[in-house]
Design a protein around this ligand. Structure first.
Ligand code: TA6
Length: 292
């Protein structure tokens, strides 16, 4: 793979679980992703702490989601809208993607992967599709999912770039950008509520902020930094921390790890659905950076 797609700053190797992992080093930052789920595993500015969080108990097995980094939740978010027996968060994150393109110019690295429909996917999602996931690394990380609908009927989708961020202590951080925004509380049957000030955490939080294109910032006093999150093609922002009880119930999540992570997800969820017409496409994009 390195013969075809290797570039200065982009190398492929065999990683955990025997999965193929791409390591990117732009000089200003490093990142890595696995072909399973086109899943970004890490992003870190040179000389700084990791921006993304990855569970120490993450599993690396085809068919299973990886806990942390940026899971691609597509073409549905959370439970399937009609069939609860379907896998949570869609089919993109548990399938093997193929590298389609790489590029490296002056510390600006690009890597693209693609996933096409096949009989096993059409049993779960009855549309022909071509999904392309692109990663760009400078001192910032930019990711985008472009979903092309190759079928001859509209495809109604929801989804998320489900980013897990590393924090010093969930109890000390605040999330800015969603003040004065309505949200659906997933802990209370998606009851509609309203966010007044910055988001603080004193227990499990699982919220779909709706009809928002806002840029968010995670303010982390413990590590004296802010993490920036900007987005395109997204009308929802999902904020999640499992807290104590839910963390204990997840086998791929350490009991104390809830203290060191928070999800701020670039999404279209709840009532913010995306209808992709035949031969049309939709792009969901997220940009992450660190300010110290
Ligand atoms: O981030 C929102 C959410 O839907 C939570 O309800 C929680 O289930 C989380 O995603 C993780 O889902 P997963 O299927 O990866 O365990």
């Amino acid at each position: 793979m390195n013969d075809v797609f290797g570039r200065p700053g982009i190398r492929f190797s065999t990683g955990p679980g025997g999965l193929t992992v791409a390591a990117l080093d732009s000089g200003a930052a490093t990142a890595s992703l696995t072909l399973l789920g086109a899943h970004v595993l890490s992003f870190q500015r040179s000389g700084s702490r990791p921006v993304l969080w990855l569970s120490e108990r993450a599993m690396f097995e085809e068919g299973k989601p990886i806990r942390g980094g940026i899971p691609i939740c597509w073409p549905w978010f959370a439970q399937h809208p009609e069939d609860a027996a379907m896998p949570a968060h869609g089919i993109a994150r548990t399938r093997l993607w193929e590298v389609s393109e790489t590029g490296a110019e002056d510390g600006d690295l690009r890597l693209a992967l693609e996933l096409r429909d096949e009989p096993s996917s059409r049993r779960l999602w009855p549309h022909a599709f071509r999904w392309r996931f692109e990663v760009r690394l400078t001192d910032r990380l930019r990711v985008s999912l472009t979903a092309a609908n190759l079928s001859n009927e509209a495809a109604v989708c929801s989804g998320a770039l489900h980013s897990y961020f590393a924090v010093s202590d969930i109890r000390a951080i605040r999330i800015h950008g969603l003040e004065q925004t309505a949200y659906l509380d997933s802990l209370e049957e998606r009851q509609l509520k309203f966010q007044d000030g910055p988001i603080a955490f004193e227990g499990e939080v699982d919220r779909i902020y709706t009809d928002t294109t806002a840029e968010c910032h995670i303010e982390d006093p413990g590590w004296e930094r802010r993490i920036g999150i900007a987005k395109t093609g997204s009308l929802s922002t999902v904020v999640w921390n499992p807290w104590i009880a839910k963390a204990k119930r997840m086998p791929d999540f350490g009991d104390e790890e809830y203290l060191r992570m928070v999800c701020v997800e670039t999404a279209n969820a709840g009532s913010d659905l995306v209808s992709i017409p035949p031969s049309g496409s939709h792009t969901l994009g997220a940009e992450h950076w660190e300010e110290s």
